[in-house]
Design a protein around this ligand. Structure first.
Ligand code: SF4
Length: 113
């Protein structure tokens, strides 16, 4: 379902049937529509649809002059560890290419030989 910010989000629910106008975020109990504008969840969901990753959200205000924004923490139920980069995942199921892990790409320069 599309959020008020126009992005697809699995946690957004809107009921507009027969004149109703009920909207809610099923991840954030203290939700306000303007939080969807900068929320990272739609982007995370687009980049990484891992079924083992669970998201936890809270609203924080980085500095008192800035508006509140959604902060996400992620946890992998399979590897049972925190996911530091939810857009990518923990790396347990989907191994990162060597170019991202810093391992040598040269097959003759293998440290395990
Ligand atoms: S605040 Fe984030 S998680 Fe909640 S409905 Fe909006 S985009 Fe989705």
């Amino acid at each position: 379902m599309h959020t008020p910010a126009g992005k697809e989000c699995p946690y957004f629910y809107g009921d507009y049937y027969r004149g109703r106008n009920h909207e809610e975020c099923r991840l954030l109990p203290e939700w306000q529509p303007k939080l969807c504008i900068t929320c990272p969840v739609p982007g995370i969901h687009l980049a990484n649809a891992c079924k083992y990753m669970t998201l936890t959200a809270e609203v924080r205000r980085p500095f008192f002059v800035f508006p509140p924004e959604v902060q996400i923490s992620a946890y992998c139920k399979k590897s049972q560890k925190a996911v530091t980069e939810p857009h990518i995942g923990c790396g347990e199921c989907h191994m990162l290419p060597k170019i991202f892990t810093g391992e040598s790409l040269d097959p003759h320069n293998n440290a395990s030989d």
